[in-house]
Design a protein around this ligand. Structure first.
Ligand code: MTE
Length: 336
């Protein structure tokens, strides 16, 4: 088994342990400063590349995943589940697709630029560990075994940006029912695709990060109806930069819990180690519920801003506003 050398957070370069939202804000100021100074030349013009909004056609082409086989062509768009509403305007598709966190490709938000060599079909993921019927699922299994639905969910990143997007997927609980968790299965460990040859972010950050990207849920969280395994967004298969072909979405938790491009789900009796928690345990917990009463050590969580505008702000809601679904799972969560 590969052993990862994990440096202590204080040994990491600032760009590696600082969420890009914060780190790159500094770069942006530098760029604006150069522009204001009227500095030309190759270096300055290089820094200014990408200032405008990326062309939606170029973005769509770059991230496009193959359509499902003909037999499953009717899976998108899926029927909208009326139980879920944003309570805010939906985020523009291109804004969401060009502001993604997918460190395997980029530590910026521009992973769409680096996903072209990432092939997402065929794909299979295994479900292993403490369950009666461990097995693997390919995409045809997913399309034939589960009924896809569309859910309008709010998404809140720990970095304070937020979006409202229509995910297509099915409850994780449905998959668990098929494999039959054993009574001693207390946690789910998610491991995501890890191939430096097609994921330049892994190649670049190498030993500084504990690859592969991993995440976890308790079995109670995983069985909650809100926890969705997602195969599509905006009525189409997931673009690669959003975590094609299958990812988790747990909207009451900070976005880093929603692991992308899942390769393995293991049921275990112990709390698994998780990527960001290993990197910075005091900043990224394993529970990580959205909570305005628990500030991040380096910034307030009181407010959030909606893509694409930093001035479009809202007060952060505990459990991202999903308390009626999940509040009962967390009697000890600070509530004020
Ligand atoms: N999953 C993988 N494999 N790698 C990542 O870097 N980033 C996480 C999460 N899942 C990440 C990941 C973070 S920090 C967030 S906020 C969400 O994905 C962002 O999802 P989106 O980019 O589709 O909006």
């Amino acid at each position: 088994m590969t052993r990862h050398i994990v440096r202590r957070p204080w040994d990491l370069r600032e760009s590696l342990h600082t969420p890009p939202e914060i780190f790159f804000a500094g770069k942006r100021h530098r760029r604006d400063f150069l522009k204001a100074m009227g500095i030309g030349g190759i270096a300055a013009s290089g820094l200014l590349v990408g200032c405008g909004k990326p062309d939606p056609r170029e973005v769509e082409l770059a991230g496009k995943a193959p359509a499902p086989p003909d037999a499953f062509a009717d899976r998108y768009p899926a029927e909208r589940n009326a139980a879920f509403e944003y309570g805010r305007p939906e985020t523009d598709k291109n804004d969401a697709a060009t502001y993604t966190n997918f460190y395997e490709f980029s530590t910026g938000k521009d992973s769409w630029r680096y996903v072209s060599d990432f092939s997402v079909a065929p794909w299979s993921f295994e479900v292993t560990g403490l369950c009666a019927k461990p097995r693997s699922f390919d995409l045809d299994d997913v399309y034939s075994l589960f009924t896809l639905e569309e859910r309008a969910y709010r998404h809140r990143c720990v970095e304070t940006w937020a979006m409202c997007v229509p995910w297509t997927g099915f409850p994780l609980a449905e998959l668990l029912k098929l494999v039959g968790p054993k009574p001693n299965a207390k946690h789910l460990a998610f491991t995501t695709y890890n191939e430096p040859a097609v994921m330049p972010g892994i190649a670049r950050t190498g030993g500084s990060f504990p690859w592969p990207y991993t995440e976890s849920l308790s079995i109670e969280e995983a069985m909650n109806d809100l926890a969705l395994l997602v195969t599509g967004v905006y009525g189409e298969p997931l673009p690669k930069q959003h975590g094609a072909p299958i990812r988790l979405v747990v909207p009451w938790k900070y976005g880093f819990k929603s692991a992308k491009s899942i390769a393995k789900i293991e049921l275990t009796d112990k709390q698994p180690a998780t990527f960001w928690n290993v990197v910075q345990p005091n900043e990224y917990g394993t529970v990580a519920n959205v909570n305005p009463h628990v500030p991040h050590p380096r910034w307030s969580q009181a407010n959030e801003w909606m893509l694409p505008s930093r001035s479009d702000t809202y007060p952060t809601q505990i459990f991202n506003g999903y308390g009626e679904f999940v509040g009962g799972l967390y009697p000890d969560e600070p509530r004020g």
